[in-house]
Design a protein around this ligand. Structure first.
Ligand SMILES: *[C@@H]1O[C@H](CO)[C@@H](O)[C@H](O)[C@H]1NC(C)=O
Ligand SMILES: *[C@@H]1O[C@H](CO)[C@@H](O)[C@H](O)[C@H]1NC(C)=O
Ligand SMILES: *[C@@H]1O[C@H](CO)[C@@H](O)[C@H](O)[C@H]1NC(C)=O
Ligand SMILES: *[C@@H]1O[C@H](CO)[C@@H](O)[C@H](O)[C@H]1NC(C)=O
Ligand SMILES: *[C@@H]1O[C@H](CO)[C@@H](O)[C@H](O)[C@H]1NC(C)=O
Ligand SMILES: *[C@@H]1O[C@H](CO)[C@@H](O)[C@H](O)[C@H]1NC(C)=O
Ligand SMILES: *[C@@H]1O[C@H](CO)[C@@H](O)[C@H](O)[C@H]1NC(C)=O
Ligand SMILES: *[C@@H]1O[C@H](CO)[C@@H](O)[C@H](O)[C@H]1NC(C)=O
Ligand SMILES: *[C@@H]1O[C@H](CO)[C@@H](O)[C@H](O)[C@H]1NC(C)=O
Length: 508
């Protein structure tokens, strides 16, 4: 019928129609899956950070895989996010801290790793790409190219200038400055990210797959919840188990400083932070629900991978440290990770260790990029979650590396403390210092669950934990353990600290 009508209208269309049809069938068959990456800011998994996310757990974890051993390779926003984008360890992407001088969104980062980050490859695979929310802590600042700098690979760009905020922020909207105030209906950042992602989905072209990266500020400070959630969790307090309010007496220098037991003022401060963090996450839970419903209504849900994770963990009172990340312990380096999508069976709990540097290779694997053509340290975990699509092996060892942040001068609020420290709040308990610089090797498989860390401080301090028998890292076993084990771990650490690409995956 259609064919005859076209033939009557003109010979050229009649000639082209079969060609067009063949192309469409071929395109439809080979169109790769859509991908969405939701990356929150400072969401722990070890201390209950996923508890308020009921809808997210059902809609992503329940419909797919929950990785119970997911780690960041650096527990601080900018180095971690740079690892997510580049698929590389900090010693290879060279972003060491949250400052421009530590390469956070610096011109050298922009010219180097950012120009070959995974969105660039997705764009080459004809993905329509969309970014909204917090990017890198120094993004959009004057010395980092201002809001005019839009990284390569993005078709739609709605990036926050600077660090996480909920109101009164500036965005770069495709390179143009857009200022926001504090009206909930117009400006609440988590909701704005949701709304703009829906518009993007409405306006996309159906011929090509899409990639969305959504980076809400939650649950980072200043913990501003949406008005309707500010009374939630009134009786919730930070969990009192594990290493909560314990002294860190056999640990590195910084952990021997906090007052123990913690003063009541610190406890009420951290309980308040804990509660408000959960409140801010309720808007992220809404985001996930809204997005899943939208994908369903545009018939893309079954062909979309959704990754949900965070840049680093967080602690509230562990080893008597009030609130922060930046430590080598489980609560700071473990992150939530759930994935749903084609080939992933529902309700799976997966034990294989995966890292934030694996996200980029996994997404590129899904998009059809040949991974030997990209220079990344991570590896695809598609085989772990969808064994019908890929075969693969888990990695036996991995690296966590962190460069401590400090201030060159004494904190005026804490005159008794010397220079070189930072994050000394509340009660002048410092969460970081220049010499909180460490590298750890972690083994995690059926046989062993060990962590070995070396500090670059004046004591060359070493910490080692057997997490199988001591999951809360209460006892540093470095003086007890067989010296040959220490030697093996030290050698692996040396190899990992200078690894690149394949050599990061094949350490023996
Ligand atoms: C996943 O498990 C939950 C709880 O057991 C169940 O309610 C849900 O229906 C399961 N989901 C799927 C897709 O099988
Ligand atoms: C910043 O990146 C450049 C280029 O990779 C590197 O040479 C430099 O050492 C890095 N800076 C720091 C503080 O690591
Ligand atoms: C936003 O800025 C205005 C003007 O400076 C200020 O009055 C208001 O309190 C700020 N709102 C928030 C939530 O910080
Ligand atoms: C997001 O969209 C909803 C529904 O249209 C609207 O009520 C809300 O005010 C919007 N929020 C922002 C921050 O744009
Ligand atoms: C701290 O709080 C506990 C429990 O609420 C209370 O028993 C104790 O007296 C308080 N200590 C101080 C110094 O206020
Ligand atoms: C991927 O690229 C490598 C190196 O260029 C090549 O040897 C290999 O055959 C390619 N694999 C596929 C599946 O195309
Ligand atoms: C995985 O490996 C097994 C055994 O070698 C093989 O039978 C299977 O076809 C492979 N699956 C995929 C998806 O490559
Ligand atoms: C970040 O790293 C740079 C380069 O090592 C250093 O100069 C700067 O002091 C660091 N920033 C902080 C806050 O520690
Ligand atoms: C770490 O740095 C602080 C502040 O500069 C200093 O007081 C302390 O002695 C240092 N500790 C070690 C073990 O290097």
């Amino acid at each position: 019928m259609a064919g005859r009508r076209t033939a009557a209208r003109g010979g050229l269309t009649a000639l082209l129609l079969p060609l067009l049809l063949t192309c469409c069938v071929r395109c439809a068959r080979s169109k790769p899956s859509n991908i969405i990456l939701i990356l929150t800011d400072d969401q722990d998994v070890d201390l209950g950070g996923m508890t308020p996310m009921k809808k997210t757990k059902a809609l992503i974890g329940g419909a797919g895989a929950t990785f119970v051993n997911a780690f960041t390779v650096a527990p601080l926003c900018c180095p971690s996010r740079s690892s997510v984008l580049s698929g590389r360890y900090p010693h290879n992407h060279a972003v060491r801290n949250n400052s421009l001088s530590g390469n956070c969104s610096s011109p050298l980062w922009q010219k180097g790793p950012e120009a070959v980050a995974f969105p660039v490859h997705l764009s080459k695979q004809k993905y329509q790409t969309f970014f909204a929310g917090k990017y890198l802590n120094q993004y959009g600042k004057k010395d980092g190219g201002d809001v005019g700098h839009v990284p390569l690979g993005w078709d739609q760009w709605h990036a926050l200038v600077g660090n996480s905020q909920y109101y009164n922020y500036t965005l770069s909207v495709n390179g143009k400055e857009e200022k926001h105030g504090d009206s909930y209906e117009k400006d609440y950042l988590t909701d704005l990210i949701t709304n703009r992602s829906l518009s993007f989905l409405d306006n996309r072209s159906p011929q090509h797959p899409f990639f969305l990266m959504l980076c809400p500020p939650a649950p980072h400070s200043p913990w501003t919840a949406a008005p309707q959630y500010q009374k939630e969790f009134g009786h919730v307090t930070a969990p009192r188990d594990g290493s909560f309010n314990k002294p860190g007496k056999d640990k590195h220098w910084l952990l021997r400083q906090p007052v123990n037991p913690m003063p009541n003022s610190s406890l009420s401060f951290l309980d308040d932070a804990y509660r408000k963090r959960w409140q801010t996450l309720l808007s992220v839970d809404d985001m996930v629900e809204t997005l899943v419903k939208k994908l369903e209504s545009v018939k893309e849900l079954d062909n979309t991978y959704i990754f949900y994770t965070s840049d680093n963990g967080y602690h509230t009172g562990q080893f008597s440290l009030p609130i922060d990340k930046r430590q080598l312990y489980e609560f700071d380096i473990r992150v939530p990770l759930m994935v749903r999508g084609p080939g992933i069976k529902p309700n799976q709990t997966l034990q294989a260790p995966v890292l934030n540097i694996d996200l980029a290779p996994t997404m590129l694997d899904i998009s059809g990029v040949n991974l030997s053509s990209v220079n990344m340290d991570g590896q695809s975990f598609l085989s772990q979650m969808a064994p019908s699509l890929r075969n693969g092996t888990a990695r036996p060892f991995f690296l966590v590396e962190y460069t401590g942040e400090g201030h060159p001068t004494t904190d005026p609020a804490c005159p008794k403390l010397g220079p070189g420290l930072s994050q000394c709040f509340p009660d002048c308990v410092c969460e970081d210092a220049y010499n909180n610089t460490y590298a750890c090797v972690r083994t995690l498989d059926g046989q062993s669950n060990l962590q070995y860390c070396e500090f670059a401080d004046s004591e060359s301090f070493v910490e080692m934990y057997n997490l199988a028998s001591d999951p809360h890292q209460l006892e540093n076993i470095v003086k007890k353990v067989d010296p040959t084990v220490l030697q093996t771990m030290n050698q692996r650490l040396i190899k990992l600290q200078s690894c690149e690409g394949d050599s990061c995956r094949d350490v023996k």
